[in-house]
Design a protein around this ligand. Sequence first.
Ligand SMILES: [Zn+2]
Length: 65
Amino acid sequence: MKKIGCPVCSNPLSVRAARGRKSNKPFIMLVCDRDARHFRGFITYQEFVKEVMEKTEGKRDISQK
Ligand SMILES: [Zn+2]
C-alpha cells in the first residue's frame, strides 16, 4: 500500500481498523505515527473498509466486546 504522509510533519500515517461504539460498524482510521493530534482521518465507506481489513488481517486492532 502506498504511504500517505502527515500534512503536518510528513511522517507516514498508520492505518488502523476500528469499530464504532454506537453503530458497531467497522471503519478505517488514518493517524499520524508521531502525534495523533496532527492528523486523524476516518473512512467509513464499507466496501473500502472491508478491502483494507482483509489486507491488514493479523495486525488489526479491533476492539470487540
Ligand atoms: Zn504528524
